[in-house]
Structure formats: C-alpha cells, structure tokens
Design a binder for this molecule. Structure first.
Ligand SMILES: Nc1ncnc2c1ncn2[C@@H]1O[C@H](COP(=O)(O)OP(=O)(O)OP(=O)(O)O)[C@@H](O)[C@H]1O
Length: 758
C-alpha cells in the first residue's frame, strides 16, 4: 500500500525496490564506471537528467495529448508531430480539415529510452557522486520541475520505491563501511527548508539554525531524514494532493581522516527537492496559497536567472536575489559536482510547464563547475591550519603592501611636482623680487603640506591593510565553519578571529577619522598659502598684473559679456530709436540684455496697494485668473541695494496681455525713465507719481540719460552725422533693416561700435 510521501523509507524497506515507473531521459550521460580512485576533472558541466513521470489518473481521464515522445536512448522530442488521421470526403483525401489541431514545436533533447525505477535513476545519475565525495569533492543533486511533476517522488520516493536521497545515503554508508578500515569518518547533517523566503531547520523547528552533528549510524541518519520530512510544509493543491510548498535542502558533511597518512578530506553532499513552479493565473489561488506560490515562483525565477548567468559565463551571478539561490550557490557554479534531475509531466495539460522545464534543463547543461578537492593535512591541528592560513595571508599582505607603496611613491612624486609647479607659478621668474622672508614662509608651508600628504598616504595605506586583514579573517572564519567537528580548538579559533575582527573594525574607524582630520589640515595650509600670496606686497602687485593678463591661468572676475558694452549698447539703441528704426523685437531684445547686465534675474511683481506678489507676468496671465484685472503693479528689483539698481514699473494688466504703462529706475545712481520725459533741459529726477497715468509712446524718444539729453540739445545734428555713416554702410551692404539692427547689436558686443561712437 502506498503511504503518504512523508513516510520516509528506512533501510529496512530496501528489499522492495522493484516497481518500474517512468521513462528517463539523460541529457548528458553520467560518468559511468567511475571508481573510488578516479579523480574527477577539475571542470565539468552540470549533469542533467530529464525524467518523465507516467500520466496520472486525472490526465488520463481528460484524455490529454502526450507532448513528450522518447525516440531512442539519446533523443526526446517535445510536442512531436502526430500522424494525422486522413480525412476523406467522397473518397478523396482532404487537406487542412483538422482545424482544431495545434502546431507542434518538435524540440529535440537527448534522452535514454528505458522506463526506470528510482534505483535505476540513481545508478545512472547519482551513484558516481559517492566516489567523488570520498575523494573530497562537494556534490549536489537537485530536482527541478513544475508542481506535480514528480520531484518529491524522485528525491524522497515512497516506501515501495525509495528516492534518490535514501539510495545515496545507503550507498554512502556502504562506502563508509568499506573504507572504515583505512579512514575515520565524521558525519554531520542539516535539513533545511526555505518556505516563504524564510529558512527553517526541519530537524529542530523553532530555535535558530544550527549544524546537527554526529549522525554516526545509518539508522540515526534515516530517522533524522524521516523526522525532517514530517516537518516539511505541505498542502494539497489542484495539481498535487501532497504538494511541497517549500524547497527542502538536505546536506551531509563528511570529514575523512586517513589513518596512515593523516590526510583529511572534507566533502559536502546536498540533496535538494525544490518546490514546484506554478502559474498563478492557472491556479487562481488566494491568501496563503497565493503568497506561497508567489514566493516559490520568485525564488525559482532567481534560480533561473542564476542558471542563465552561469550558462552564459557571466562574471556576476545574482545568487543574492533569493534565499534559495544563496543556499545553492555552492551547488550551481562553485566547487561542486552537480546533477540536476528535471522532472516533467508527459501530458498536454502541463504543456507550458514541461516546455519551460526542458528549456531550463537545456540551459543548465552549459553550466561549468569549478571543482577543487577539499584536502587538509591532518598532521596539522585546526589551530595549525589557521596559523598556516595566516602566514600565507601575511605574505599576501606584504606583497600587496609593496605594490601599494610603489603606488604611493608615484602619487607622492606627482603631488610634489604639482606643488613645485604651484610654487614656481607664484614666484616664477620674479622670485628675485620676492623677499627671502616670504620665500622662507612659503617653503615652510609647502614642506608642512608635504608632510601632511605623506601622513595621508600612510593612513590610506594602513586603512587598506586593515581592510584586507579583516576580509581575510572573515574568510578564514567562514572556512572554519565548514569543519563539521566542533572541537574546543575550533571554538577558540572562532573566538580569536572574532576578537581580531573587532579590533580591525575599530582601527578602520579610527583611521578614517584621522584621514578626515589630515584633509582639514591640508586645506588650512592651502588657505594660509593663499593668504600669504595675497598679503605680500610684491606678490600682490604681481598677482594683480597677472590677473589683468588675458592668458593668466588663475581665477578671473566673471564679467558679463554685455556688461562692458552696456553704455555703448544704450547709446546705439537711443540712436536707432531717434531715427525710428527700433522694432518691437529689437526693443525686447535690448531690454533683456539690459536686465541681464543689471543682474535683474529675480523680478518680482507686486500690487502697489495690497502688496500681493506674483513671480512673473506669464504666471499671472495664465494661471491666476482673478489677478488679471489688477490695474496697477510695481516691479521691484530685489537686489537693488547690492546691485545699486532700482527698477519700478506701473503696469496695466489686461486679460490678454499685460502692458507696461511706465517705469523708472536708477542704475549706479544714474536716473532713467520710460517713457522718456518731454524734451527739456535740467537734470533733476522727476517724481514717479507724476507719470503714473502716462500711456506708453511708440514714437521717437530721447536718450534715457540726462547727460545724453543734454548732449543732444547742444548738438542736434550729431546723431544725424553718426547715423548718416551707418545708413550709408547699410546702403552699401544692401542689408535689410533687421540685419542692420542685429548688426548693431552684434558689433556692439564685439567693441566695434565703441570706436565709432567714442
Ligand atoms: N515516476 C513516477 N512514477 C509514479 N508516480 C509518480 C512518479 N512521479 C510522480 N508520481 C506521482 O505523482 C504525484 C506527484 O508527484 P510529486 O509529489 O513527487 O510531485 P512534485 O513535483 O514533488 O510536486 P510539488 O512540487 O507540488 O511538491 C505523486 O502522487 C507521485 O506519487
């Protein structure tokens, strides 16, 4: 009678391994005939076995199509082309009448054709791993596939057909007995499950995980496996009445000590039964079942990504994306000989799942593992081993130090050259003029800076070394954890390493603080140097002279490109205005330039009565409907004090377009108005209140400065003469008016007009 799959098989039930069950497909054949003495190749591909379970009663009742066909002992075809039944009409065969028939993928895989029992599967896939384990190689077997595809059946089995885990363990104990004459064995096991991204110890549910040791007899080991299986999370689903809702990882740690030579070999065997992938849309689960399914799929997706990265030979493999992949890190691409059993269902009901599993199986075939034999000389005690590792690390550190020092020397040289160049630039050829006292002071400061730099490099070097030391200690600690024995020496070594790690961390923090302090001191010296250069009279004048030179490399005062030509621009503009050449766009452009020169960047609009402010005219016109009707506003330049500029404006805001009624202001104490006042002599500024209601004038206007007005009054023909020349130039060049205006502006900004209007 078939019992629950939780009823793990014990060695006493071994006699009943007879029932034939499935077809097995081997994608890459196992290393058959590998004997105990054979050393495995250092790099080998993952061995992949595809196992197809028989159709279950549900699939048979639904009369599903068979989508997996075994061709021969090396070939499997997914979704084969079926021989269609010919359709005859009036005795004539019709083509294309079977419209319900699906198209076929006809994908080919290598396989083995015979129906196999779990034991046969074990012989072909996992048996040889025992030999590798005895040689000191890590090995792992994992079952992959959709829910209900037969993973647990393969790994755990039933009382009648014990699974791979049981068979492997049985063989391991056989080997253990065979080799116990020449070797001492120590075994430890762990049985974990990853459920909803949480790792649980199946042997000790509840408290935190710990390594279980000294499973000395097979019976003890099997009872532990049975105990763990009972604790595993299972729930009935549509696809499987006893669906495993977690990934189960059973690990055996083996340490072998050769009695004659004292050589120690360690190895780790992992047997992994993954939870089955399922399509959320197909299952329609809600609540806890849905969360489980989502977590299962998430971790399997992460596993798929790792398989893809490893198969493509990428350097970064995203093991950290899930707990499962972190646990399988060793088993997939690392120091491990791996067998993957891809379980699939033959029926069209699981068409997509079978296809996806086969696709991953094909990818996984490409993964290469990098195997190393875990051999330790037993003559050495654990503490000796640590000592040896530390010596090697010291050597490593000193070599890296030498390299780092070389780098530091180069850096120092570079820094010194830079300082020297800085010094030469400051003193330059004129150093003869510079007093000895100053030179001495500067030399001192530069020497001080050099010292600081040396100290900084020293600190950086020490930080690097401490960091490296800490990392190596951490690695040693991790390796030490791999020993399955828990001797007092091991505990002592753990404690010592822990202390060293604490010290290293403290040192690193202290060094980081020192580095920051030294940086601060260096900056202080730089400031002192700058002050010295600024203060010292010879250098001061020299610096000023240098600063005036256009090719001077030092920082120069930022001058707005139009700033220097403001007066000239203004003069040009006034002249053009006088002759009625000013277009609206030219006026706008000119005003923009003028604002830029005056630094009027943050123009604020405010209601003269209530003091309500808005940031721009555009904002008022578009967004602020009630404010459109405001009749009077004034604009103030907020930086008036600092810029020595005030700018006041009265605006009539019609709904469509705000219109400037008048504005006035002072720039560097000089008064200007818009629209210009009526022609009259006199320099006294007019009161803004008098012009409040004036309409803007589009006609010819006066120069905006009082001095300009005065000049114009004195010589009314002067502008005519000047513009006569310009007009002549325009005539000769045949330029349109716009070009002429642009030309005025362009020339003005390049100083050309300055000569003509001087
Ligand atoms: N090769 C096989 N021969 C006979 N029966 C099988 C075989 N493989 C699976 N079965 C049966 O199919 C059913 C589902 O198998 P199993 O529980 O191993 O699936 P699973 O892949 O572990 O599913 P889940 O991921 O949901 O746990 C079980 O009743 C099992 O006995």
């Amino acid at each position: 009678m078939v019992k629950s799959k939780r009823d793990i098989i014990t060695p006493r039930r071994r006699g009943s391994l007879t029932k034939k069950s499935t077809i097995v497909k081997v994608l890459s054949r196992p290393n058959s005939g590998v004997q105990a003495t054979l050393i495995q190749p250092a790099n080998a591909n993952i061995r992949v076995v595809v196992r197809v379970r028989p159709a279950n009663s549900r699939e048979q009742d639904a009369d599903c199509r068979n989508v997996v066909k075994v061709i021969d002992d090396q070939m499997l075809v997914f979704d084969p082309k079926e021989d269609a039944q010919a359709f005859f009409f009036h005795g004539v065969q019709q083509r294309g009448r079977d419209l319900l028939k699906k198209s076929h993928k006809h994908l080919q895989f290598m396989c083995s054709p015979n129906d196999k029992t779990n034991e046969e599967i074990f012989k072909e896939s996992t048996y040889s791993l025992i030999t590798s384990l005895m040689d000191g190689y890590n090995c792992s077997v994992f079952a992959y596939g959709a829910t209900g595809a037969g993973k647990t059946y393969t790994m755990t089995g039933t009382p009648d057909t014990p699974g791979i885990t049981f068979l492997t363990m049985t063989e391991l104990f056989n080997k253990h007995q065979e080799l116990s004459v020449e070797r001492d064995f120590e075994l430890g096991i762990t049985y974990l499950e990853v459920y909803n991204e949480l790792v649980k110890d199946l042997l000790n549910p509840g408290p935190p995980l710990q390594l279980r040791e000294d499973g000395n007899t097979p019976d003890e080991l099997f009872s532990l496996l049975e105990e763990g299986n009972k604790n595993r999370t299972q729930h009935p689903t549509d696809a499987n009445a006893e669906s495993s809702r977690s990934h189960a990882v059973f690990q055996v740690y083996i340490q072998m000590t050769f009695k004659g030579t004292g050589e120690v070999r360690t190895a780790k065997l992992s047997m992994i039964d993954l939870a089955g992938s399922e399509r959320g849309s197909a299952t329609g689960y809600v609540g806890a079942r849905f969360t489980e399914g989502a977590n299962i799929n998430k971790s399997l997706l992460a596993l798929g990504n790792c398989i893809n990265s490893l198969a493509d030979g990428q350097r970064h493999v995203p093991y950290r994306d899930s707990k499962l992949t972190r646990l399988l890190k060793d088993s997939l691409g690392g120091n491990c000989q791996t067998v993957m059993i891809a379980n699939v269902s033959p029926s069209s009901m699981s068409y997509e799942d079978t296809y996806n599993t086969l696709k991953y199986a094909t990818r996984a075939k490409k993964i290469k593992s990098n195997m190393k034999r875990n051999v330790v000389n037993v003559e050495l005690h654990v503490s000796n081993y640590i000592k040896m590792v530390e010596e090697l690390q010291k050597e490593n550190i000193s070599l890296k130090q030498q390299l780092a020092e070389k780098g530091c020397v180069a850096d120092m040289q570079k820094a010194y050259d830079e300082l020297k160049e800085q010094f030469d630039r400051i003193c330059g050829s004129g150093s003869a003029n510079v007093g000895d006292e100053l030179l001495e002071k500067m030399n001192d400061l530069i020497q001080e800076k050099m010292e600081m730099m040396k100290r900084q490099f020293q600190l950086q070097k020490t930080e690097m070394q401490t960091n490296m030391r800490r990392k190596l200690k951490e690695e040693t600690d991790a390796r030490l954890s791999d020993f399955c024995v828990n001797t007092p020496e091991k505990r002592e070594a753990h404690r010592k390493i822990g202390n060293v790690l604490d010290r290293c961390k403290k040192q690193e923090n202290a060094i980081k603080g020192d580095i920051v302090r030294v940086e601060g001191l260096k900056e202080d010296i730089d400031e002192k140097l700058e002050d010295l250069v600024k203060e010292y009279p010879q250098l001061k004048t020299r610096n000023q002279r240098e600063a005036r030179r256009p090719d001077h490399p030092g920082p120069r005062r930022q001058v707005h490109p139009h700033g220097q030509n403001r007066a000239l621009l203004k003069s040009c503009y006034v002249q053009l205005q006088g002759h009625g050449f000013v277009t609206a766009s030219l006026r706008k452009h000119y005003q923009e330039i003028l604002h830029e020169c005056q630094g009027c960047k943050n123009v604020k609009w405010s209601e003269s009565d209530s003091g309500v402010e808005a940031t721009s005219t555009a904002a008022l016109a578009k967004d602020d409907e009630p404010k459109r009707n405001l009749q009077k506003r004034k604009m103030e330049e907020p930086t008036a004090d600092t810029m020595d500029t005030t700018f006041t404006m009265s605006v009539n805001l019609t709904p469509s377009k705000p219109k400037v009624k008048m504005c006035w202001g002072t720039t560097h104490g000089e008064r200007w108005d818009w629209p210009p006042p009526p022609k009259r002599l006199g320099l006294s500024p007019r009161s803004p209140r008098n012009k409040g209601e004036q309409e803007p004038s589009e006609g010819p206007s006066e120069p905006s400065t009082a001095l300009g007005r005065l000049r114009q009054e004195k010589n009314p023909f002067s502008n005519f003469v000047k513009h006569g020349f310009l007009a002549f130039y325009v005539f000769i060049m045949g330029l349109p008016l716009k070009k002429y205006c642009d030309l005025c502006h362009g020339f003005a900004s390049r100083h050309a007009w300055q000569r003509w209007f001087a």
